[in-house]
Design a protein around this ligand. Structure first.
Ligand SMILES: *Cc1c(COP(=O)(O)O)cnc(C)c1O
Length: 435
């Protein structure tokens, strides 16, 4: 399948006249279409709720689009909880799935009456000590250990992952929580990341449904929900077959009918915490070629760098790139590749490459490039190495107008935390001058 950007070359040239590159661009219409498909796929389950994983994209404007559809949020830190709070969410709109959790995070989760998803059995007493009594609705995270396999091979290695509780601990945790007043219980597990197969959720659902049935009997507790968490992936590569969310929902429904309904547990709600699937394809990084360099390889230097998108540097992740062209020049978006380039940013790190040995059409200085699938784990993983600043986020609205939803950082932002010293205050003044 050929990957097309969600904007045309002419549209992008016009947007880039108003918003200087680089910036992340988001596709409101795409976000809406996708969330509607997700809700449709799970409409058989009356309690279904998607808790968008805020870490994937913490821009409140984007989260508010999902909230229109009744989505909640999955938070993992106090600052993410503050985003939820500011969006007017509390109680069962917030899942708090954290690990190695600081006391103040538990305190804020309790204050907002969020559903706390305990990562470890020892966190129950810790929570009581630092945040107060155990809420009526609680959740625990399960780690089955070993390797997690599907028909097409090993997906991930839960035995080597720091998250969740063992089967024995999970049972004991439920009893501990019940003794402390909990009444509604949930089970959560995240066993594989970025799965591009319709089998992941249904297989995970079977594991968790059987576990729920057994735990309900064994511990005499009421299971209110099963949280399938995140892990539903997207086709970063053009040769990958995208997940079909309708088929995924149907696979989970079959597991539900097979296991929970016969156990008299047909009232269990299905929750998920998708991040990547909800936002990934509906964002791209728009950047411009500013240099070309010919040494032992052919390099194109762009105005974005790994501070805007660290996945290639960190995981050697593939992000598809479309060369668009520039104002007054040809539309290159459908051109066949004729060159092989490394597309690089300006960090003093040789892994600051958005692509290496990539076959692409000929690129000239000034050309706009679209780096695909940066809507999740893109801006949010940004950092400030080399004193490089994070850039803006722009929303392409459903009516084709644009809205700046986060401005670019300025040197003043970079120096802001030095305000405790005279030198720092001089820098902030200097940084304010330039911006
Ligand atoms: C990262 C994460 C998610 C979201 O994962 P995606 O792969 O982006 O869908 C959901 N829940 C938890 C607990 C996570 O850590």
């Amino acid at each position: 399948m050929v990957k097309h950007p969600f904007v045309t070359k002419d549209q992008l040239v016009e947007i880039a006249e108003h918003y200087p590159t680089p910036f992340h661009l988001y596709d409101e219409a795409g976000i809406r279409r996708n969330v509607e498909a997700v809700l449709d796929a799970f409409s058989w389950n009356p309690g279904f709720k998607e808790y968008f994983a805020v870490k994937a994209n913490p821009n409140p404007r984007l989260i508010s689009i999902l909230a229109e559809y009744g989505c909640g949020v999955d938070c993992s830190s106090a600052t993410e909880l503050m985003i939820a709070e500011t969006l007017g969410m509390r109680g069962h709109d917030i899942m708090f799935s954290s690990n190695d959790t600081p006391a103040e995070d538990f305190r804020l989760a309790r204050e907002l009456d969020a559903i706390v998803n305990f990562d470890d059995i020892t966190h129950i007493e810790f929570f009581e000590q630092v945040a107060g009594h155990i809420p009526k609705t609680v959740s625990c995270r399960f780690n089955p250990g070993g390797l997690f396999q599907l028909a097409n091979g090993i997906m991930d290695n839960p035995g080597d992952s720091k998250y969740g509780m063992t089967r024995e601990q999970l049972g004991e945790a439920f009893s501990m929580l019940a003794a402390r007043g909990a009444e509604v219980f949930g089970i959560h597990a995240f066993l594989a990341s970025n799965t591009v197969t319709n089998e992941y959720y249904p297989s995970l659902a079977r594991i968790l449904f059987e576990l729920a049935r057994d735990l309900a009997r064994e511990r005499g507790v009421h299971i209110g929900f099963i949280n399938l968490s995140g892990g539903v992936g997207i086709p970063y590569r053009s040769d990958q077959q995208p997940n079909d969310i309708a088929q995924i929902g149907e696979g989970v429904r079959r597991a539900f009918e097979d296991i929970l309904v016969p156990a008299g547990m047909g009232d269990v709600a299905i929750f998920c915490e998708m991040g990547r699937f909800m936002m990934g394809p509906y964002g791209c990084l728009v950047t411009r070629a500013i240099h070309e360099k010919h040494i032992y390889k052919e390099y194109i230097g762009v105005d974005a760098n790994a501070c805007d998108l660290i996945r290639p540097a960190m995981y050697d992740a593939y992000h598809h790139i479309t060369v668009m062209g520039q104002a007054g020049g040809p539309d290159k978006s459908a051109w066949e590749p004729s060159r092989t380039y490394d597309i690089v940013g300006n960090l003093c790190e040789n892994n600051d490459k958005f692509a290496h040995d990539r076959a692409l059409p000929e690129i000239e200085r000034g050309d706009l490039l679209v780096i695909h699938d940066t809507g999740a784990h893109g801006y949010s993983m940004g950092y400030n190495y080399n004193g490089r600043l994070r850039h803006a986020e722009v929303l392409l609205r459903a009516d084709d107008t644009c809205e700046l939803i986060r401005r670019a950082e300025t040197p003043r932002d970079y120096f802001a935390t030095l305000d405790i010293t005279d030198l720092g205050r001089d820098l902030i003044a200097r940084g304010s001058n330039i911006a």
